[in-house]
Design a protein around this ligand. Structure first.
Ligand code: G3P
Ligand code: CA
Length: 219
């Protein structure tokens, strides 16, 4: 079972910032989860929302700012985050929009071919499953995580279609029966966002494969 820091170490440091990813490293995670959107000049930016309103002191849509402007608001590029992380960490890149799949695939391929990273250490996940079809068509070596917050059954059907690596369900959907079903179908289970000690104990008892938490040191 691997420990994955949600948006870095969101429980301790402002989410999806370089400081948050450094905190996750300091807490000795196995990996991190992060969210991406594209800037106006096509850079892959690490931010959860489609606007910068909630997490910075600015206002407006990510897609309307250049990467230089977004960096001034404290929003890192995916390249900066990967360069901070040692290539032995697992990185789950969640696509939050429908325009970034190709660019993220290209960047992963570059890090594998030029920067000593391994495909093992990357996953692309999304609730927007059309993105995952693109990944499946363009590069079968990249692990796919099928995010679901409402139906494991439907997620499992889609996971088979795109030959996903894992199903990534909201933890409250899990029970011993559906965990067994997903494992029997050959999928790993990376569940989110598991924060309380009781909930962490619960998902550990189910023998999931990855736990995504704001407090990865508590896993
Ligand atoms: O990848 C799991 C989790 O991050 C999905 O929900 O809203 O935190 O991106 P959210
Ligand atoms: Ca996320």
């Amino acid at each position: 079972m691997i420990k994955i820091g949600h948006r870095g170490a969101k429980g301790y440091v402002a989410e999806n910032t370089l400081a948050s990813f450094q905190k996750a490293i300091d807490l000795i995670v196995d990996g991190i989860e992060l969210d991406v959107h594209l800037s106006s000049n096509g850079e892959i930016m690490v931010i959860h929302d489609e606007t910068i309103d909630r997490t910075t002191n600015g206002n407006g849509f990510v897609k309307d700012f250049t990467s230089v402007e977004l960096k001034q608001f404290g929003i890192p590029t995916l390249t900066e985050v990967l360069d901070l992380m040692n290539h032995n960490f697992f990185v789950n890149i969640e696509l939050k929009s429908n325009d970034s799949a190709e660019k993220v695939i290209d960047l992963i391929e570059k890090y594998v071919s030029e920067n000593n990273w391994d495909y093992e250490n990357f996953m692309i996940s999304s609730f927007l499953w059309a993105n995952l079809e693109i990944v499946s068509q363009k590069n079968k070596k990249i692990k796919i995580g099928v995010l679901s917050e409402d139906s494991i059954e439907i997620a499992l059907t889609f996971a088979k279609e795109v030959k996903a690596f894992s199903v990534n369900p909201y933890f409250k959907l899990l029970n011993p029966e559906n965990v067994k079903l997903m494992h029997n179908e050959g999928f790993q289970i990376h569940t989110w966002t598991v924060n309380s000690p009781e909930d962490i104990t619960f998902v550990k008892s189910l023998l999931v494969d990855g736990i995504i938490s704001d407090f990865p040191d508590k896993i």
